[in-house]
Design a binder for this molecule. Structure first.
Ligand code: GRF
Length: 194
């Protein structure tokens, strides 16, 4: 199975995914693409030997469809079977999602369906939640919705800030996403709970 990974920033989840796809893993990374040419994750992907592409969404002044058309060029050229959104911060149009529906995964830093959207850790703290975590789900045209493939739970500690909770959740993401991708790439869409 050929996996393309979309990033927007540091790409720590991408690094864990790429590092996991070795040996008897049913998938291999074929492309890392970003909407930001300055994304630090692009250099990390290159260091790991994965081909990269960057399409600057700012060059398309809010024309989402035009940006996606440009992104589709390198993306389709890589002939991906599976797309992993990993810290990808652009909302995709229903047309783009439809092209890959059922084989496009995303990781979101909350225990969906709680806290779709942004600032998930601050919202969990605000709500006084005792636990938080991350979710890997199939992408549909509804933001942060779609069938859940896996979740990882972490405790909220006294004195947690959004930053300390985010760091704890990010570590859980780095365990969850590779495990969820390995299952999915092996044809098993059963839910994984860590
Ligand atoms: C992090 O906030 C993570 O929780 C979310 O995307 C952001 C960047 O992740 N999934 P990464 O280091 O670029 O993978």
């Amino acid at each position: 199975r050929r996996v393309a990974i979309l990033i927007s920033g540091g790409g720590s989840n991408m690094v864990e995914l790429v590092r996991s796809m070795t040996g008897d893993h049913p998938a291999r990374p074929v492309l890392v693409a970003s909407n930001d040419p300055a994304a630090a994750g692009l250099a990390r992907a290159a260091e790991l030997g994965v081909p990269t592409a960057a399409v600057d969404h700012r060059a398309f002044k809010g024309d989402r469809a035009a940006f996606e058309a440009a992104l589709l060029d390198p993306l389709l050229a890589a002939r991906p079977d599976i797309i992993c959104l990993a810290g990808f911060m652009r909302i995709l149009t229903p047309d783009f999602v439809r092209r890959f529906e059922g084989r496009m995964l995303n990781i979101h830093p909350s225990l969906l369906p709680k806290y779709p959207g942004l600032h998930t850790h601050a919202r969990a703290l605000e709500a006084g939640d005792r636990e938080a975590g991350a979710t890997v789900h199939l992408v549909t045209s509804v933001l942060d919705d779609g069938p859940i493939l896996g979740q990882a739970r972490v405790p909220v500690q006294p004195g947690d800030t959004a930053a300390t909770l985010a760091a704890r959740v990010l570590k859980a993401e780095h365990r969850l996403y590779p495990a969820a991708l390995r299952r999915f790439a092996g044809g098993d869409a059963s839910r994984l709970d860590l």
